[in-house]
Design a protein around this ligand. Structure first.
Ligand SMILES: NC(=O)c1ccc[n+]([C@@H]2O[C@H](COP(=O)([O-])OP(=O)(O)OC[C@H]3O[C@@H](n4cnc5c(N)ncnc54)[C@H](O)[C@@H]3O)[C@@H](O)[C@H]2O)c1
Length: 322
């Protein structure tokens, strides 16, 4: 059993982010924009410079989303050790590489160094917490908090505890993320890949099969979503979208009408062999699609586009649908 939580989810002011790459850096930006004091630690020699560049690049998007009073990049402290990063933390977000043994050891170290009762979340994309919490002395406070890239812009975070996680740590984390401006799905069990990655993975496998078989180019695949279902999905999920495909008969008509085609061999759920040919085709296809735009150009383009969608669908402060 973990110690009682000292800080309520709504009164947290100091957050530690451990691992500060794409996702950890995105979390840092999110929490800075929310007016938190953030400490960060990452063992890479160039981590601090990389992190500060990421925060600077994200700041225009954070300004458009609406900064909390007092929010500033100056409230980021990059520490020399993991222990310093978490010493005064009221919440810890771990975003180290997706390697099971590394996560196990790191979560045990974080557990040993973090004040008692403080919840520690892992950004893992797919490991169940049950498998990651095995080496920790007080595993009850370890919870999965799975974000989407970039965490400062995409609202969703999926929360799930492991076999040895205290239910109150799961509740605390969900309330904390909500008060930090996230849209939270709290899962009552550990589903491999959680919810959204299961769905993304199915699409990703089919896309790779189509490239491998020469059925579609990388550009065709991207356009098929951005000019097609992707436009609807930003407004309604795949279920309600399909219910509308049933017209006035709704989902029942949709199932009666198209249910039999579920048995047609449209999809190949086995992953394709990621051989060199497929690897090169996907990488080259993405380079061609970028057409000379740098990663920073594409990040800016994506951020502006997502903000425009959030604004258009009433999901930014002050843009609530009438
Ligand atoms: N990239 C995504 O779209 C995405 C989305 C959601 C979740 N995630 C998850 O977030 C986590 C981080 O992924 P990423 O994409 O940011 O990877 P990344 O490679 O960009 O960053 C990982 C960072 O961890 C640092 N690191 C290495 N060893 C470490 C250690 N022992 N302790 C702390 N930090 C260490 C690295 O220096 C690097 O800066 C992974 O668990 C990943 O599955 C990634």
């Amino acid at each position: 059993m973990s110690s009682p939580r000292k800080t309520s989810p709504e009164s947290v002011r100091r957050v530690a982010c451990v691992g500060a790459g794409v996702i950890g850096g995105g979390w840092v930006a999110h929490f800075l924009g929310g007016g938190y004091d953030v400490t960060a630690w990452d063992p890479a020699p160039d981590a601090e410079a990389r992190l500060r560049r990421l925060v600077d690049a994200a700041w225009p998007a954070l300004e458009q989303l609406g900064l909390a009073p007092g929010a500033s990049p100056d409230r980021l402290t990059v520490t020399g050790t993991l222990e310093e990063a978490v010493a005064d933390a009221e919440f810890v977000q771990e975003s180290a590489p997706e390697k099971l043994e590394l996560k196990r050891e790191l979560l045990a170290k974080l557990d040993a160094a973090t004040p008692a009762g403080v919840v520690i979340a892992s950004s893992t994309s797919g490991y169940p917490m049950t498998d990651m919490q095995t080496a920790a002395a007080t595993p009850g406070r370890l919870v999965v908090g799975h974000p989407f890239n970039p965490p400062y812009l995409i609202p969703l975070v999926e929360v799930a505890g492991g076999e040895h996680t205290d239910p109150d740590a799961v509740d605390w984390l969900s309330r904390f993320y909500e008060s930090a401006g996230k849209s939270v799905i709290t899962m009552d069990r550990e589903v491999p890949g959680f919810i959204a990655n299961r769905l993304q993975e199915a699409l990703w496998r089919e896309a790779l099969h189509m490239v491998a078989n020469g059925e579609a180019t990388v550009a065709d695949i991207d356009r098929s979503i951005t000019e097609g279902p992707g436009l609807r999905w930003a407004v309604m999920g795949p279920m309600l979208t399909f219910a509308l495909a049933g017209g006035e008969g709704g989902m029942a008509h949709m199932l009666d009408h198209f249910g039999p085609s579920l048995k047609s061999p449209w999809t190949r759920l086995e992953a394709p062999e990621l051989d060199k040919e497929l690897y090169d085709a996907v990488v080259t296809g993405c380079d061609d699609a970028a057409a000379g735009r740098t990663v920073a150009d594409l990040v800016g383009e994506r951020d502006r586009g997502v903000i425009a969608v959030l604004r258009a669908t009433g999901r930014l402060p002050g843009t609530g649908a009438a």
